[in-house]
Design a protein around this ligand. Structure first.
Ligand SMILES: [Zn+2]
Length: 289
C-alpha cells in the first residue's frame, strides 16, 4: 500500500514541527516523510531487542532446547552454553539463545562468522562516525558468508511461530556450501545507513509485511550499533513465493536522529552481494533497491 499525498504531507508537516518550524529542509522532510509512511503502512514490528539490557535475555526453552538450524534436541544434539544471538563484537551484551546446538555453532564459526567480523570491521569508521560514507572507503558489497551470518542472526531472534515460513531459509543458512542455490540471490544484499546521531545502545529488530500481496519483501531485519544500521530482507520466505515475477521493492527508512533544527535523515549505501558464480534464474522475485 502506498501512502496518499495527504499522508505524506501530514508526516512532513509533523517533521517540520519537530525541528522547531525551522525552514530550509523542506525537501529532506518530504523525502523522509515519504520513506517513513511507506514503511509504517506496510510493516509492523514483530520482534525488537535492545542489545545492551542490564539483564541477559535468553531465547528458548531451558528444559528442552531445540536447535533452530538442525532441529535436533538432546541427547542427539549438545547445548553446552547459551550463545549470543548477535555476536558480542557487534555490540551485543544481553541477547542470547539456547536454540543453537554446539555442532551448528561450530559450523557457523568455521564457515561464516569470521567473514561477518571482517565485514563489520570494514564499517568501523562509519559506525563510530569518524567518517561519513562519502569520505571513507566503505565496502561496496557484502560477502555471501557475512550476509548468511546476518540472516542466521535474524532467524535466531525470530518469534517461533514465524519460523515455519522460513524452512528454505533455515536450510540454506545451515548449508556450509555458500555456492549452493547461489543464483537465487542475484538481487539480494543489504542496505547500510549512517545515522546523524549515534544510538546509545545497539538494537535488532524484525518487521513483517502487513499485506500478503504488497510488492515488498515479507520480512525485514535491522541491526544497529552506534551510527550504523544494516537492513536486509530474509530470502527464500514461503510467503514471498506469490511474488514470483513481480518487481519487489526494498523499502527505505529515514532513520532520522537529532533534535530540533539538528534533526537529520541518515545516509544510505546499497551493498549488493558480491560477485556470483552462476547466471541468474528467475525463481523468486527480483528485488529493486
Ligand atoms: Zn544444530
Amino acid at each position: 500500500m502506498l501512502p496518499s499525498r495527504e499522508q505524506i504531507e501530514r508526516a512532513a508537516y509533523e517533521r517540520w514541527e519537530r525541528r522547531g518550524r525551522f525552514h530550509g529542509a523542506d525537501r529532506e522532510d518530504w523525502t523522509a516523510a515519504e520513506m517513513d509512511t511507506v514503511f509504517e503502512l506496510n510493516y509492523r514490528t514483530i520482534a525488537e531487542f535492545s542489545l545492551a539490557e542490564p539483564e541477559r535475555r535468553v531465547i528458548g526453552n531451558e528444559r528442552r532446547p531445540r536447535c533452530r538450524f538442525c532441529e535436533q534436541s538432546p541427547p542427539r544434539a549438545a547445548f553446552s552454553v547459551v550463545r549470543a544471538v548477535i555476536p558480542e563484537l557487534a555490540g551485543n551484551s544481553s541477547l542470547y539463545t539456547r536454540e543453537i546446538c554446539d555442532e551448528c555453532t561450530e559450523q557457523f564459526a568455521a564457515t561464516m562468522d569470521p567473514e561477518f567480523a571482517r565485514f563489520w570491521e570494514s564499517l568501523d569508521a562509519s559506525r563510530a562516525g569518524t567518517a561519513s560514507f562519502r569520505d571513507l572507503r566503505a565496502p561496496t558489497s557484502i560477502p555471501i558468508a557475512a550476509y548468511k551470518s546476518l540472516i542466521r542472526m535474524a532467524l535466531s531472534l525470530m518469534p517461533e511461530q514465524e519460523l515455519s515460513s522460513f524452512t528454505d531459509t533455515i536450510e540454506w543458512v545451515s548449508n556450509p556450501d555458500h555456492q549452493f542455490d547461489r543464483s537465487l540471490f542475484e538481487s539480494a544484499g543489504c542496505l547500510a545507513y549512517q545515522a546523524h546521531v549515534p544510538y546509545q545502545a545497539g538494537w535488532a529488530c524484525l518487521s513483517s509485511r502487513n499485506e500478503e500481496d504488497a510488492p515488498f519483501p515479507c520480512m525485514l531485519f535491522f541491526l544497529a550499533a552506534e551510527r550504523l544500521i544494516l537492513q536486509m530482507h530474509l530470502p527464500l520466505c514461503a510467503l514471498d513465493e506469490d511474488l514470483d515475477g513481480t518487481e519487489v521493492r526494498m523499502p527505505r527508512r529515514s532513520f532520522s536522529t537529532g533534535t530540533g533544527s539538528d534533526l537529520r535523515t541518515s545516509t544510505c549505501l546499497v551493498l549488493p552481494l558480491n560477485s556470483a558464480a552462476n547466471p541468474p534464474r528467475t525463481r523468486r522475485f527480483r528485488l529493486f533497491w
